[in-house]
Ligand binder design. Structure first.
Ligand code: MTE
Ligand code: CO
Length: 390
């Protein structure tokens, strides 16, 4: 209702003439009125855009699936431009037969469809020492959840024949950063996918076109994009991304390493700082996302008073393992200020901790794996800010 003159019973101008025909937009795009729903970056965060991150606009989305064009991006050396004709995946090392796959070879192998979240280990990392960024897009937006189509990694490994001494794999990307991570064989044989489609269509260039590794429930840094080489070995490689980065320096001077699993976490996406309550008191829907790298979400509780009292939220839509799960809490808001929190629980019984509980165990040096409970302060005016309660 942009123009009051167009409100019923007037006949809107757009109903007097024919609209655009089919295929005028050969590839569909969102309405021009939704142009604010975009990935955003934080300029001061990194020195260059080629090694930076953009954030998923979680506050503008609903349901469990992230649209392809809104999936956060994290590149260490910019977006690699791969030509599917020239694409090759090398599988070598402790195998009976060293193999080179083309994209067509991979597409001819048995495939599966699985929805999984990919969360950067650094998601919420800027919040470790206290509330900082104003919006769930920035505090929690290094996550996306899409339906992947791909070949189970174990199928490729079976084709090559893995030697009995093989314990680890090296995954290597074809981008300028040559991203490399060591992956334990047990996980490789469990649920990893060599994926080439997201939400039905081929991967987007920024997400690893034409092939990326999907490592369900584990930190997204291991989800190597533009995957070009898998080496089979008997021990980890201790590359940069698993020593200097993606480890957590503890107070006693030692560092946690190989912290692969993303523990259960949740966030209220609406209301949130970028999505205030603008209708005043009355019925409103509190909505959010929960996920766990250990399996399915079994429940989410919501608190209106900074964690003193908890009420069960309603899970809605598919509850897939290691995927984003949507929750709702319907509220007749009386207009009084709120300290909104959500707390996720997964099928292993693990309960999302408070930020202070995390700090008590991990100290203050951490960046990665901050799955602490988020607090939003909702004012009487409906504005929302990022705060912490002790
Ligand atoms: N793979 C390659 N080849 N190069 C990269 O820079 N970044 C990693 C991982 N895989 C990266 C990569 C990191 S840190 C994350 S969080 C995810 O990819 C991001 O995946 P996305 O860009 O699809 O969101
Ligand atoms: Co990352």
């Amino acid at each position: 209702a942009g123009d009051p003159a167009n409100l019923p019973p007037n006949v809107a101008d757009w109903s007097r003439y024919l609209g655009e025909g089919v295929a005028v937009r050969a590839y569909g795009r969102p309405s021009e009125h939704e142009s604010h729903v975009i990935r955003r970056d934080v300029e001061w965060l990194t020195a260059s855009r080629e090694s930076s991150v953009s954030f998923t606009p979680l506050h503008e989305l609903d349901g469990p699936i992230t649209p392809n064009g809104l999936c956060f991006e994290r590149h260490h050396g910019g977006i690699a431009e791969l030509n599917p004709q020239d694409y090759r995946l090398v599988l070598h090392g402790l195998v009976d037969r060293e193999l080179v796959f083309t994209l067509d070879d991979i597409k001819r192998m048995p495939r599966v469809n699985r929805a999984h979240f990919a969360e950067c280990a650094a998601n919420s990392g800027m919040e470790w020492r206290g509330a900082q960024l104003n919006g769930c897009q920035f505090t929690h937006g290094m996550i996306h959840c899409v339906m992947y189509t791909g070949v189970p990694l174990r199928v490729l490994l079976a084709e090559a024949g893995v030697k009995p001494t093989a314990k680890w794999l090296l995954l290597e990307g074809a981008d300028a950063s040559g991203m490399t991570r060591s992956l334990p064989m047990e996980k490789a044989l469990d649920d990893c996918l060599v994926a080439y489609r997201m939400n039905g269509e081929m991967l987007r260039p920024e997400n690893g076109y034409p092939v990326r590794m999907v490592v369900p429930g584990w930190e997204a840094n291991m989800w190597v994009k533009w995957l070009r080489r898998i080496e089979v070995g008997d021990e980890p490689w201790y590359h940069r991304e698993e020593t200097s980065k993606y480890t957590d320096l503890l107070e006693n001077g030692t560092a946690r390493k190989f912290t692969f699993v993303m523990d259960a976490k949740s966030v209220i996406t609406s209301p949130s700082p970028q999505a205030p309550i603008n209708h005043g008191r009355g019925f409103t829907v509190i909505s959010g996302l929960a996920w766990s790298g250990r399996g399915a979400i079994s429940g989410v509780d919501v608190s209106l008073d900074g964690g003193r009292n908890w009420r069960p939220a309603r899970l809605d839509g598919p509850v897939w393992g290691k995927a984003l799960t949507r929750f709702y809490y319907e509220l007749d808001w009386d207009g009084s200020p709120l300290l909104l929190q959500s707390r996720a629980r997964d099928e292993t019984g693990y309960v999302q901790p408070t930020k202070n509980e995390l700090r008590a165990v991990r100290g203050l040096n951490s960046i990665y794996h901050n799955n602490g409970i988020q607090t939003w302060h909702v004012t009487a005016a409906g504005e929302v800010e990022n705060v912490e309660v002790s």
